[in-house]
Design a protein around this ligand. Structure first.
Ligand code: C2E
Ligand code: CA
Ligand code: CA
Ligand code: CA
Length: 279
């Protein structure tokens, strides 16, 4: 029994080593991947329910590894956060998204705001605000076409510093959203101190709004609270017409999800927006 226990341990140790090696390999190949153009953005449309118009897109990072194929962001972003490469990668996302959005502003079928995910490590960099300002001025993008999606944990880990940065960003005219709302810290006090524009209800609540009364109640409460704080409320992960109708009936402002569209390439987004305008 002792022996098999030891073998068992060896087996797990080997498994863990293989996993660690795989993670290290992924992490090490990110800088070259970025230099080689293996990272790119997809854009998922957001629908304004009142006017039934696409008003914005969320930029979502994609990585096609030359040997391993597509690596989902949920796998490589935590690695990039641990190693610090997220700072370079995040800057690339911001600059690329701003240039793309500026291009739509000039030549696109309709002006679209762009929402960008910001990681905690990136936001806590001392020159984060300067980096955003530079991305805006270099791309020529109007600040009101840029939105940053921030998580609750990122804001709460250093409230004073976060407040200062948010105020600077807000003064520049950028929009600020709380991503994955409802999944983070339970303290809501920060909502009244921070200069926010939008709450994004996490898709884990939207998933079961029609079958789970608790998720329905939480969603309703977030919409009501958001509105009394003068915030827009967007729901992510909307997959069915029934979910859309539920949200519309409760005055949710905007939706995003597979029901409207999955994240699209630049070209497919152009086709999508043009087709909607023609209808
Ligand atoms: P997120 O910010 O919560 O983004 C929403 C995720 O839900 C995306 O996954 C999107 O493709 C997916 N999604 C959209 N509509 C639906 C739907 O109707 N049903 C379901 N089941 N899923 C839907 P994705 O693209 O795999 O991204 C995963 C996470 O990776 C994002 O979650 C975000 O936290 C992170 N991420 C993606 N791009 C970036 C980036 O440029 N920077 C940073 N820091 N994080 C990023
Ligand atoms: Ca997001
Ligand atoms: Ca989410
Ligand atoms: Ca997220």
């Amino acid at each position: 029994a002792k022996r098999s226990g030891k073998n068992c341990f060896r087996f797990y140790a080997r498994e863990m080593n293989a996993q660690a090696a795989e993670m290290l390999r992924l992490d090490n190949s990110m800088p070259l991947g970025l230099a080689n153009g293996d990272f790119y953005l997809h854009y998922q449309p957001q629908l304004d329910l009142k006017n039934d118009t696409v008003i914005a897109v969320e930029a979502l990072l994609r990585w096609r590894h030359p040997e391993l194929g597509m690596i989902p962001p949920d796998r490589f972003i935590p690695l990039a956060e641990d190693s610090g490469f997220i700072i370079k990668l995040g800057e690339w996302v911001l600059r690329t998204a701003c240039m793309q959005c500026a291009e739509w502003q000039k030549n696109g079928p309709a002006p679209l705001r762009i929402a960008i995910n910001v990681s905690g490590r990136q936001f806590s960099e001392p020159d984060f605000v300067d980096m955003v300002a530079a991305a805006l001025s270099d791309s020529g993008l109007a600040p009101e076409l840029l939105e940053l999606e921030l998580t609750e944990s990122l804001l709460i880990s250093n409230e004073q510093q976060a407040l200062q940065k948010l105020q600077l960003l807000k003064n520049m005219g950028i929009f600020l959203a709380i991503d994955d709302f409802g999944t983070g810290y339970s303290s809501l006090a920060y909502l009244k101190h921070f200069p926010l524009d939008r709450l994004k209800i996490d898709k884990s609540f939207i998933n079961d709004i029609l079958s789970d009364p608790d998720d329905a109640a939480i969603t309703e409460a977030i919409i009501a609270m958001g509105h009394s704080l003068k915030l827009k409320v967007i729901a992510e992960g909307v997959e069915t017409r029934e979910q859309l109708v539920f949200l519309e009936d409760r005055s949710c402002d905007e939706i995003q999800g597979y029901f409207l569209s999955k994240p699209l390439s630049e070209h497919d987004l152009h086709v999508f927006v043009t087709a909607r305008l023609a209808n």
